[in-house]
Design a protein around this ligand. Structure first.
Ligand SMILES: [Ca+2]
Ligand SMILES: [Ca+2]
Ligand SMILES: [Ca+2]
Ligand SMILES: [Ca+2]
Length: 493
């Protein structure tokens, strides 16, 4: 570890000593020139320097002088323990004063240089050696790695097992499944009321769509009440009662009979509730009433005493009844609504169910009562504008494909050459005036529209060919849609 000796360099150049003296002090010997310019301060002298006696300093004063081996140094200034310091150790790495230390790290001394590795869970994210491994991994600032920050709009973040996890703030949701825009959806908006997919045709109040159909009069003649009953609490420009073809109701028509064709009901029989709010709208070729209601007209129905024209593009015949021609409209009623959808809307939907007394006797006959929902301007490739269509693309007439609730004691029941399985039973017919007849399930019609642009929809129903054996449609649950759907009407699962 240490060499003992006294090296005489006097034969070299006695006037210019070229090696400095470190903290192994040469004592009681006068040093000729203390202003030697190339004597560095002691604490910067490399301890692996081989010490030499200055030749001008009287043969080392007769004492043995310490010369450290390379890689060692006399850091404590004590001769007794010689060159005690191993300069390859972290305590004095390369020099007496170079202590290798790194916060949250494990240091090594390699080739006289301090290096360190961070302990598990820490990292040197700022690349500064002085503060070692200053960053705690697994936090929202450095989740999986340095600067892997967990942050998202309208969300709180935490880092779990190196993965960012987010919780949306109250009133917000990540509806697009993409946290790069955070919890982007405002759940207090009518376009996403309380959850991603709930849309309203009115205000969103505390996460639920506004309803505006509580306590409306059964026999209200105000067409905007009919709209409210359907859930249209805003965006209504105009509402009016019309004939099925959109014509004004002539004064010659018996006004009382005409207005019996609509009713605001709190359900349709004991087994069918309003699909939205407290009430649903009924439109009928007879009286839109249940047996217990005032003005109810029992089987075979109400003869209102007027005819009208087919709407443009009608009659449209049922594909399943080839050769059958729908008769002249009788006892018809239409509700025409002009609406301006919010700008976010690209479509709308509503629910309806069609009941008819023409089943079972008049299947595939000219007594083909019909409900239609005509949108103007026409949408989705429907040339006649009708969006209330069945699975064949035919109209919702007596001969639509969805007539699956029927009174049939021993299915299938055969009518008009057609077999009816009556798969929905007859419960929904009870208490409606159609107990021994037939209906569809609740169907949902949908269509695209352009948000911000007014359009009209005319809901109409009429007897076909004569006035008897009435048909009724119940309508409710109008909603705007954020995305534009294809035109369809399908049973609600
Ligand atoms: Ca998102
Ligand atoms: Ca309603
Ligand atoms: Ca009829
Ligand atoms: Ca009738």
């Amino acid at each position: 570890m240490l060499l003992m000796g006294c090296v005489d360099t006097s034969s070299d150049n006695p006037s210019t000593p070229d090696v400095s003296i470190a903290d192994v002090a040469v004592t009681d010997v006068p040093i000729p020139d203390t202003s030697e310019p190339d004597i560095p301060p002691p604490d910067t002298v490399s301890m692996d320097t081989v010490l030499e006696c200055d030749a001008s300093v009287a043969e080392c004063d007769g004492q043995e002088r310490m010369v450290c081996e390379p890689g060692f140094a006399d850091c404590d200034g004590l001769e007794d323990n010689g060159c005690e310091a191993d300069l390859s150790l972290v305590e004095n790495c390369g020099s007496c004063t170079n202590v290798c230390q790194a916060d949250n790290g494990i240091s090594q001394c390699t080739d006289g240089q301090c290096i360190f590795e961070c302990e598990s869970g820490f990292a040197n994210c700022d690349a500064l050696a002085d503060n070692g491994c200053e960053s705690v991994l697994g936090t929202v600032l450095h989740c999986g790695a340095c600067d892997d920050v967990c942050t998202a709009d309208n969300a709180t973040a935490q880092c779990t097992m190196g993965q960012c996890e987010y919780s949306c703030l109250d009133g917000h949701m990540d509806c697009n499944g993409d946290m790069s825009d955070g919890c982007e959806t405002d759940l207090t908006a009518p376009s996403s009321c309380g959850s991603c997919d709930v849309t309203c045709a009115g205000a969103c109040i505390e996460g639920s769509c506004e309803t505006c159909d509580e306590g409306l009069a059964l026999d209200s003649n105000d067409p905007s009440d009919a709209a409210r009953t359907m859930g249209i609490c805003a965006d209504l420009v105009e509402a009016k009662w019309v004939l099925p073809d959109g014509q004004k109701v002539p004064t010659a028509i018996d006004s009382a009979n005409f207005h019996k064709g609509h009713g605001i009901l709190d359900g349709f029989g004991p087994n069918v509730d309003a699909a939205e709010g407290a009430q649903l709208l009924a439109l009928s070729t007879g009286a839109a009433r249940r047996p217990a209601d005032p003005d109810y007209e029992p089987y075979p129905g109400l003869e209102k005493g007027y005819e009208s024209e087919h709407p443009a593009g009608f009659p449209q015949e049922a594909p399943k009844c080839p050769g059958v021609v729908t008769g002249q409209p009788h006892d018809g009623i239409g509700l025409e609504l002009t609406l301006t959808a919010p700008t976010w809307a690209q479509g709308f939907r509503f629910d309806f169910s069609f009941y008819t007394q023409e089943w079972p006797q008049y299947i595939c006959s000219s007594y083909n009562d019909i409900f239609l929902a005509v949108v103007t301007p026409a949408v989705g490739g429907q040339s006649n504008g009708n969006i209330a269509i069945d699975s064949d693309g035919g109209p919702i007439s007596v001969n639509n494909t969805y007539l699956e609730a029927c009174y049939c004691l021993d299915p299938p029941c055969i009518s008009g050459g057609m077999a009816f399985e009556c798969s929905l039973g007859s419960e929904v017919l009870e208490g409606t005036g159609f107990a021994e007849n037939a209906s569809t399930a609740w169907l949902r019609a949908q269509a695209p529209i352009k948000g911000g642009t007014p359009f009209t929809i005319r809901l109409a129903i009429y007897d076909s060919g004569d006035e008897v054996l009435d048909s009724t449609v119940i309508v409710d649950n109008f909603r705007w849609l954020k995305t534009g759907p294809v035109v369809a009407a399908t049973p609600i699962p």
